[in-house]
Design a protein around this ligand. Structure first.
Ligand code: FAD
Length: 698
């Protein structure tokens, strides 16, 4: 990208699912209004920038993936800066600001950003602006928006300092930066939202539209006295609104008259190889009256080179729900064009900087294919998308409400009625019937439909050529913003796909039944997994896996059983499993298999708890796995500390994994007679040594 040297800054993004890229694009877009020019690159494009010689300020937006890893696109970069031969002043010339994206439900929150930040500091680089850490758990925008607002002033101060250092007259510069106020004031910005320096009012007016409430009256009837997705109440309904600038359109869609074949879904992944494999067995593991329905699917991978170890996770490529796709086509007025091939291009003369055709959209495919396999149509619409939808809405009241929802004044309404309600595009189009977006807008704003990850629940030694996995069918109930209930995109699709071969043995939860089908699904490997059995079989280990979290441990135990049969001269360490579910007779997954493992000595200790069964015992039985673990404090400390064993946790991250690590910290503190802080440090060391391992999801 061509840049004016006086006001250029280098903008790098490291993205996994596209969020960091979208935020970098937003920064790039806003830069112009501040008299600055962003030289934007993906951090992996290392031939397009050079930090060793970079003189201008650098802005980095970086997300986190897996268990605290930087995104795949940042791997090379991180490896390069982690070179231990680099001198402590290697980046002494560099000034930078870093925005990390993460999810605080994961243990290593924003670790991708923190790793890069820490290393740049070690190599002498200096912050011109404090690091922001945005949390997807509560809404990235809570930190991202004010961080970007404060960035402009910080950048301008950085430019002035840079010029002063270079001994140049700042006259020329200050004329180009005439909008920069308070040049001399202290740069003391914090990543905490409340401490963030909000933008200067004069700058604010250059990138946001101030909308006056002219001629639009929102009459609140008694029914509407409470705010909702479609109704607002004072003060929001009476406020002048600061709404984001309209993102420039950059995609052009052309319908073609040609015919042909859609690409194979396996071509949709950017790394690795996808395999189309038959589903050979489907078993319902829970009784009909269980709160959640868990299914086990068996895949035949014998005719592929797909390989795995117990504990690995893999990804399933899934489509959107066919009815939702058709409904969307209907609303867009494109129902008759679903089977037509479309050509997606970057719009000529677009004002969007660095616009490229989204990589997840094939060059040629039918419209239905794009809506079915490429776009996450259930994604929660971002504020920029709402802003763009305003322009496609004809009804004045609907228009105003959409403006409110993307405005600063409507931030809490956005959180409550869109984000926390998990509203998707279809919900919005139902709620705002005069909104008729164009297809190109959908392609510009809907993210890539992501493949879903699952833990392998089998051993290739025990069942050669097979791969099993277990999942709960995710169900979302209807709510005011969503009149229909829905199933999870992937789990709903899988459940429907395997319904004909579902074998449900209500009495025994028999997992050996089921019949084969011709249904196939596409899968691919998920790299970087350390969640494996200890290399040394004589080392003891403990497994904690309530609900579907038991899945990888069935693979571990199958593997161990086979090894015990085959390697009679080997020494095997003790094995513990902590399992929990709601009801003993409704959702105790793999009950029979676990009994067999226990009987044949593969499993040394099985500790189970039931959270919803009433107890007749005088002393209430523990409800959750973390409560049971506390009862075995001495054994946990012995296995982890004395015998250098392993501790595995799998399943729900929100409610379980944190409870388990709190229990382990308390145990370490008690057994080692150290305070809690010291115990937390010991746990951190165990994590670092990959002896306390988690495979958790929401
Ligand atoms: P989605 O449609 O993607 O919905 C999932 C989530 O989105 C919900 O939990 C909710 O938070 C939110 N959501 C979306 N729409 C709504 C709405 N309308 N109302 C409320 N909330 C909404 N899962 C397993 O069952 N077994 C496993 O072994 C397993 N292993 C995993 C391993 C890893 C490393 C990871 C990252 C995840 C794993 N998961 C596992 C989770 C799995 O990948 C999927 O996220 C899960 O199956 C749901 O997918 P889905 O497409 O059906 O649901």
């Amino acid at each position: 990208m061509c840049c004016d040297l006086k006001s250029r800054f280098l903008l790098l993004y490291a993205t996994q699912k596209g969020q960091a890229k979208a935020i970098a694009e937003e920064i790039c877009q806003q830069a112009g209004a501040h008299g600055l020019e962003a030289d934007m690159h993906c951090i992996s494009e290392m031939d397009k920038y050079n930090l060793e010689t970079e003189k201008d300020p650098v802005v980095i937006v970086i997300s986190t993936t897996g268990t605290g890893d930087p995104p795949d696109t940042a791997r090379k970069f991180v490896k390069k800066i982690q070179d231990t031969t680099l001198q402590p002043d290697h980046f002494a010339h560099l000034q930078y600001g870093l925005l990390g994206l993460g999810d605080s439900e994961y243990t290593f929150f924003c670790n991708g950003g923190k790793t890069v930040d820490r290393r740049l500091q070690e190599l002498g680089a200096q912050h011109f602006y404090n690091t922001g850490l945005a949390d997807d758990c509560v809404g990235l925008e809570l930190v991202v928006d004010p961080w970007i607002d404060g960035l402009w002033l910080a950048l301008k101060e950085a430019f002035l300092l840079q010029k002063e250092k270079e001994g140049m007259s700042s006259n020329a510069l200050s004329s180009s930066l005439s909008a920069a106020p308070h040049v001399g004031h202290e740069l003391n910005l914090s990543s905490e939202v409340q401490n963030l320096k909000l933008e200067d009012e004069r700058l604010r007016s250059s990138d946001v539209l101030t909308q006056k409430l002219v001629g639009i009256h929102l009459v609140a009837s008694a029914r509407d006295s409470e705010p909702s997705l479609v109704h607002s109440v004072p003060p929001v309904s009476q406020s002048a609104l600061n709404i984001p600038a309209l993102p420039p359109e950059y995609i052009e869609v052309q319908f073609e008259d040609t015919h042909g074949e859609n690409p194979h879904v396996s071509s949709l992944i950017s790394v690795g190889t996808a395999f189309e494999v038959p589903v050979t067995k489907a078993v319902q593991l829970t009784r009909e009256d269980a709160v959640k329905t868990a299914l086990l699917l068996e895949l035949d991978i014998a005719d592929t080179v797909f390989d795995y170890q117990p504990g690995d996770t893999f990804c399933v490529i899934c489509p959107n729900n066919v009815n939702e796709v058709e409904e969307l086509l209907q609303i867009l007025g494109l129902f008759d064009k679903g089977e037509r091939f479309v050509c997606v291009r970057v719009k000529q003369g677009t004002k969007k900087k660095g616009a490229t055709r989204p990589q997840h959209i094939p060059e040629r495919s039918t419209l239905k294919f794009i809506l079915t396999w490429c776009l996450e149509i259930r994604a929660i619409p971002k504020k920029a998308f709402l802003r763009a939808l305003v322009e496609c809405t004809s009804d004045a009241e609907e228009k105003r409400r959409l403006q409110e929802l993307c405005s600063r004044q409507g931030a809490s309404d956005y959180t409550q009625f869109i984000r926390d309600s998990n509203v998707c595009l279809l919900d919005l189009l139902h709620a705002f019937p005069s909104c008729k977006p164009s297809l190109n807008l959908l392609i510009e704003h809907l993210p890539k439909l992501q493949a879903r990850s699952y833990s392998v629940s089998s051993s290739n030694l025990y069942q050669p050529g097979k791969l099993c996995f277990v999942f709960n069918i995710v169900e979302f109930l209807a709510c005011p913003a969503r009149p229909v209930s829905r199933k999870g995109v992937c789990t709903g699709w899988l459940a429907e796909l395997v319904a004909p071969l579902l074998h449900c043995n209500k009495d025994t939860l028999d997992t050996k039944g089921g019949s084969s089908s011709t249904e196939k699904i596409s899968i691919f490997a998920r790299p970087n997994n350390t969640f494996h059995l200890p290399a040394d079989p004589s080392v003891p280990f403990m497994m904690v896996g309530p609900g579907t979290g038991i899945s990888p441990f069935i693979g571990f135990l199958q593997h161990r059983q086979k090894l015990r049969e085959e390697r009679t001269d080997w020494e095997f360490g003790e094995t513990w499993l902590f399992f929990g579910c709601r009801h003993q007779d409704r959702d105790y997954l793999f009950k029979d298999e676990l009994r067999c493992f226990l009987e044949n000595g593969t499993l040394t200790h099985l500790k189970v708890c039931f959270s919803r069964d009433s107890s007749t015992a005088e002393v209430a039985s523990p409800k959750y796995v973390q409560d049971v673990i506390r009862l075995y404090a001495k054994e946990v400390a012995r296995v982890l500390l004395k015998e250098r064993g392993y501790f595995y946790v799998c399943g729900d991250k929100k409610h379980m994994a944190d409870g388990v690590s709190d229990a382990v910290v308390d145990i370490l503190s008690m057994e080692m007679e150290v305070d809690k802080l010291e115990a937390m440090k010991i746990l951190a060391v165990l994590r670092e040594a990959k002896r306390y391992l988690q495979d958790v999801w929401s």
